[in-house]
Design a protein around this ligand. Structure first.
Ligand code: 5GP
Ligand code: MN
Length: 347
């Protein structure tokens, strides 16, 4: 099938010319990733399309209430089924990521599909996209991928394509990626979109409760342990640091999603400009960076820990042992002492 323009793509979708549509997102999907994929899934379903959400890995239990969750295929868990579906798909939506390396092995399958003629559509808001796609709806100023999916659906398929289930999914990502409308990606436009979503039936109170008020006792105790025993303030660098070993993760029976939000506590301390969480996951050491004001968390992550992300919220990783990573972090951090001090004075 030859498609040259976005208008043609939309026409082909509307006319049902794609037999199988796959929707995928990044490794360990968060609220925006699952909200946008399932939101789009509902929208495509309402248009009578045959679509399937495939995630590269599992995701947090606090996202399992999302309407459509039971239909999701986790690639790691059901590799044959996922591969068969993707290999038969003639259209693949790639949501909330912009580099195929962010979706592990699944990325190679998708790259291969493109060379066989499958069309790839990327919808994303992260910086520095790789041009792996045929079409993109890409805006780095958008609050979230959910915002982009909402606008995409509204513009091309009309608000009637956005059901209550769809809008509940999409509101979730708008809310989580903006940190409840408090991060610097929150614009007047974001609130307008939130208002439109509420008009279409988004249940904002329930969504908030289902995402945030569902801590397990283990997770609550993990947070308490981190606050009391692990949180370290590097005063001259206005930085908060928490690192967790595998033994500690085992002690609290940590599962996917349990450490989400933990890094924000450090940033909540008066005078702190930079907060870092370092976790010894089985496959590698994973880092989360959050900053206030003009401190570029994504640059720090990119410079030293093969990472990236947004200006004030980024991530990185390392293949080295936990102790070495922590040591390296402390060493590199010192270089920013003066800058961090200045930013702290401006807060
Ligand atoms: P989190 O700390 O919640 O895992 O990630 C925060 C942000 O940083 C996310 O928006 C994500 O896109 C980005 N991010 C996290 N890990 C990585 C990584 O390893 N590489 C890059 N380029 N970005 C990351
Ligand atoms: Mn996002």
């Amino acid at each position: 099938m030859r498609i040259n323009t976005t208008a043609e793509l939309i026409e082909q979708i509307k006319n049902g010319q794609f037999e199988k549509i796959a929707i995928t997102t990044h490794h360990k999907p968060d609220g925006d990733a699952m909200g946008s994929t399932l939101g789009l899934w509902h929208i495509l379903k309402s248009l009578g399309q045959n679509a399937q959400v495939i995630t590269p890995t599992d995701y947090a239990d606090f996202l399992s209430w999302l309407p459509g969750n039971n239909s999701v295929i986790n690639f790691e868990e059901r590799i044959d089924e996922a591969t068969t579906y993707i290999n038969g798909a003639d259209l693949v939506f790639c949501l909330d990521f912009n580099r195929l390396s962010r979706i592990n092995f699944l990325g190679e399958i998708i790259r291969n599909r493109k060379s066989q003629g499958t069309k790839l559509v990327m919808i994303d808001h992260h910086l520095e996209a790789e041009e792996f796609y045929n079409f993109c709806f890409y805006d780095t100023t958008a609050s979230s991928t959910c915002e982009l999916v909402f606008e995409f659906a509204k513009e091309y398929f009309g608000t009637q394509s956005i059901s209550k289930d769809a809008v509940n999914c999409l509101y979730t990502g708008l809310m989580t990626d903006t940190g409840n409308f408090q991060h610097n990606n929150t614009k007047p436009h974001t609130h307008r979109i939130a208002a439109e979503m509420m008009e279409l039936g988004a249940e904002h109170i329930q969504i908030h409760q289902r995402i945030y008020d569902v801590f397990t006792l283990n997770r609550t105790r993990l947070f308490g342990y981190c606050m009391y025993h692990k949180l370290e303030i590097i005063e001259d660098c206005h930085t908060a640091l928490i690192y967790l070993s595998r033994e500690e993760l085992d002690q609290f029976q940590v599962v996917t999603g349990d450490t989400e939000g933990l890094v924000n506590f450090g940033l909540g301390i008066k005078g702190i400009v930079f907060s870092v969480l370092i976790i010894d996951r089985t496959e590698r050491v994973k880092m989360s960076f959050r900053s206030k004001g003009k401190f570029a968390a994504n640059e720090f992550a990119g410079n030293y820990f093969t990472g990236g992300g947004h200006f004030n919220a980024a991530g990185g990783q390392s293949e080295e042992p936990l102790e070495r990573v922590v040591e390296k972090f402390r060493k590199e951090l010192v270089k920013y002492k003066e800058q961090l001090k200045q930013i702290a004075n401006e807060l």
